[in-house]
Write a protein that binds this ligand. Structure first.
Ligand code: FE2
Length: 429
């Protein structure tokens, strides 16, 4: 029986990859590959991790259980459509029945794309979300992918998205479809122990921003009603995503400073790895908004900022740094849409939120974020990575190329609002 047609969404979906978590969890990968029916695997990794021997270690663990594996170590950090096509080309040249991604978000996303393009060959742009690409849905099941995150940040082991840089259009865009989700995520906090403090800080900033953006994004029931096949992966804040995001914020607040101070603090590393995964589950369903949209041009238009702690001599703003740099300004802007959620996020970050006047209430979340940024060594705003007033129009134009993310902002955001946010994000202290 057909019921009444409701004007706004009444249904939300909660999807995530199965997760194996814990100290030493990676040692069990041979058993898990077997269990998923993998007999011949392709391991994807980046040249740095290959040099450190991690991919070889995984290969040994697989072979102990009779799973044959080849290693592809050509994954590019900050992958492009071209580097993903190259990875897919490699996959198509091999016989395999499963894939293993060992690395950060770049590696896991490249592996997802290679799996898709090897199983259902087509130009990558066909699958990229509109308006950048054709938005073609994934036609059918992919081969099982086991994701082993080594940075503990992106949550890509549980999300349905693969993000890339489209070289010809000079824009970041993604493929998002539920069938891209890994068959299993193996989160082993031991893999994060060697991350330098600067990397730990940026990764933690990404986790925190995922969680707060998902917590404050336009709720699912304030969005238009979707037909099931058209319902997007990012459906808005909902009672389930809230649970994961709240826990992620709490853990980052409690453990990020500790892990930056002492990388061998296993308790802190373990909780940050949990936080990354929880935030991935939260934003993988609810979605992110302004800070992630603005982060693309902030990272993409960088001229000469070279971050400490990274193995690069090239100008680069790490993703987590790019997202947190506009976050305090963005949440100042979005505060009015849901003051109670912004205050609750501030409270979970340790801020006092009772007995405040309205102006102080609006500042609670931005100030809590700024305090954390200072403590973990983040730059003081986008001016500190080389941007000035004259760059604002190009940054605004870049953020406007992310309508899929901006639609998640809890209040309508126009070019003028983005300009205000970017100017406000120049210098926080
Ligand atoms: Fe992110």
């Amino acid at each position: 029986m057909k019921g009444v047609t409701l004007p706004t969404e009444t249904v939300f979906v909660m999807e995530m990859s199965p997760i194996k978590f814990g100290l030493g969890a990676m040692d069990e990968i041979g058993f898990d590959a077997q269990r998923l029916g993998i007999r011949t695997a392709l391991i994807f990794t980046d040249p740095h991790l290959a040099e450190l021997g991690l991919a070889e270690r995984v290969r040994g663990l697989l072979e102990e259980q009779g799973v044959k594996a080849d290693v592809y170590d050509g994954v590019e950090v900050e992958p492009t459509d071209r580097s993903m096509e190259e990875a897919a080309e490699y996959a198509r040249s091999k016989a395999f029945d499963g894939l293993i991604a060992v690395g950060g978000g770049s590696t896991i996303d490249t592996c997802k794309a290679a799996n898709l393009l090897a199983c259902h060959p087509a130009p990558i742009l066909d699958y990229i979300n509109k308006p950048v690409g054709g938005g073609r849905p994934v036609p059918g099941p992919l081969k099982p992918l086991i994701a082993v995150p080594t940075t503990g940040g992106t949550g890509s082991e549980t999300t349905a998205a693969a993000i890339t840089h489209i070289v010809d259009q000079d824009v970041k865009a993604g493929i998002s479809h539920r069938l891209l989700r890994p068959a299993l995520g193996i989160v082993d906090p031991l893999n994060t122990l060697t991350a330098p403090p600067e990397v730990t800080a940026a990764v933690g900033a990404d986790v925190l921003t995922h969680a707060i953006e998902s917590y404050t994004t336009r709720p699912y029931d304030a969005r238009p009603k979707h037909n099931p096949p058209d319902r997007p992966v990012y459906i808005g804040a909902n009672p389930a995503s809230d649970v994961w995001c709240e826990k992620a914020i709490e853990y980052v607040a409690r453990y990020l400073r500790r892990a930056v101070l002492n990388g061998l603090d296993v308790e802190a590393r373990l909780h940050l790895a949990l936080a990354a995964n929880y935030a991935g589950i939260g934003f993988g369903n609810a979605g992110v908004h302004i800070p992630h949209a603005a982060a693309y041009p902030v990272a993409g238009q960088i001229r000469d900022y070279v971050p400490a702690g990274y193995r690069t001599r090239h100008a680069l703003v790490p993703h987590g740094m790019a997202v947190i740099l506009t976050a305090p300004a963005a949440f100042r802007f979005t505060y009015a849409a849901s003051p109670e959620r912004h205050l609750r996020a501030a409270e979970m970050l340790g801020a006092r939120v009772t007995g405040l006047g309205e102006a102080e209430r609006r500042e609670a979340l931005p100030q809590a974020l700024i305090a954390l940024m200072r403590d973990v060594g983040m730059p003081s705003g986008i001016a500190a990575v080389g941007y000035g007033d004259r760059d604002v129009p190009a940054l605004v134009a870049g953020a406007l190329k992310q309508p899929r993310l901006l639609v998640g902002a809890p209040r309508a955001v126009a070019a003028g609002d983005l300009e205000w946010i970017l100017r406000d994000a120049m210098r926080y202290w």
